[in-house]
Ligand binder design. Sequence first.
Ligand code: NAD
Ligand code: UGA
Length: 479
Amino acid sequence: IPSKITKIACIGAGYVGGPTMSVIAQQCPHIQVTVVDLNVQRIAAWNDPDLSKLPVYEPGLDEVVGEARGRNLFFSTDVDKAIHEAQMIFMAVNTPTKTFGVGRGMAADLKYVELCARQIARVADEDKIIVEKSTLPVRTAESIKTILESETKGIKFKVLSNPEFLAEGTAIEDLYKSDRVLIGGDEDEDGQIAIQALVDVYANWIPREKIITTRLWSSELSKLTANAFLAQRISSINSISALCEQTGADVDEVARAIGMDTRIGSKFLKSSVGFGGSCFQKDILNLVYLCHHFNLPEVANYWEQVVILNDYQKHRFAKRIIDKLFNTVSGKKITFLGWAFKKDTNDTRESAAIYVADELLQDRAEIHIFDPKVSEEQVHSDLVYLQKHRRSQATAYEYEEITSEEIKKLVVVHTDPYSAMEKAHAIAVLTEWDEFKTYDWQKVYDTMLKPAFVFDGRNILDRTKLTEIGFNLHSIGKG
Ligand code: NAD
Ligand code: UGA
């Protein structure tokens, strides 16, 4: 098993593979890092001389890529070559929720991981360390090993689990100063050599005491557990936001008061329209599926409630808009500020905005959207995708399928926020982009229809100022 790494390959040039490998390359100039993907367009964008065209928007990423690309960082579609050359291969492919067949709507779809393993088994002709970077169900390494060892060529593979904890929008910062780096591996001698080889890579910039090593299964399960705990905090505070709206308590005040207890902590207690992103829901459903698989229904139901509450939170927000607009939004112009699942990213996967829009479209609202980083094409494709791939478990509201023609007709994406808000019946803040706070709200008020409704799904707007201007403002968790 290789003990000194000079060549790394990463399969999957997405939101994880791209930024993590760029930082490894930047911090380890002595290691050649090649990131490969089947998606030709994506690789072309990673290689674009214009760094503003990278396929992933992350603050600071352009500088990192600018420094390392062409020196020891390469993006390519030649997967075989990269596998062949590298001593260490990261798998950072997507692991979405299955949309069909066994475990539909719950289990992780491991087909891309399996394909990678098969390709590595076929191409490799020397010993290699395989690193699971994707988030995977506990014990996936066992399946990967079985596939790798199915081609009996007399070479050795060691599988490590090295889950990624970065959050989008702060990926580069998170990769520079990780709270911890987690590496799981086998306890045998080769396993320890492989673990040490990966520790040595990270030790180029991460303090040694922050790099923790565990058994394989603990590492795999820690990733699902971390995301479940994080999402649980959001659902917990969101559940309280509903009670605040009924009682006159203020959810931000409650969060502040409880967060000062160091046992609870103040982070990740921001009440919102609901969490989005490609991972929280997927990973919790994956955990729920695993618990059912191991016949632990009480544990499964406990965690599933985090997702159910999140569906409820998105639904509550949409319903509040409809209720306040005199019980119908049909034909009304509703403006969304934000479509990305959080600020500082162009990622829209599972964004709460998609679900809120869908629910308003059920009533045939006209939705106008402004997001600083999201294109019209992306918005339309998100809505069309939802029509085809609803989780049957998500029953927060009654729905019928909306055709793509209707979506094209009813959903308009703007490149200027003021035109998006002109003559609107209501504005809804779906993403917490900083620029929304500094708009000329008097000007917005003057051009809107009255009563001028604002639904702040992120509690970022200045309540006193907006109310003084005359807005009819509805915030999350504020009576
Ligand atoms: P992504 O969809 O952005 O990227 C995955 C890439 O893998 C795609 O570009 C796809 O074309 C490529 N791919 C799939 N199969 C391939 C194959 N056989 N050969 C070559 N390329 C292939 O996904 P992502 O957001 O980067 O997430 C990847 C994994 O990391 C997931 O398991 C996810 O749960 C986990 N994760 C994501 C985040 C995040 O913030 N997005 C954070 C931590 C962990
Ligand atoms: C999350 C985790 O934070 C990362 O540690 C993890 O690596 C990643 O998932 C993953 O496995 O994919 P990410 O989804 O990129 O990262 O972003 P978060 O900052 O966690 O936000 C997720 C969602 O929760 C967003 O929609 C955000 O707006 C929402 N959120 C977050 C809240 O509503 N309130 C909060 O207090 C925090």
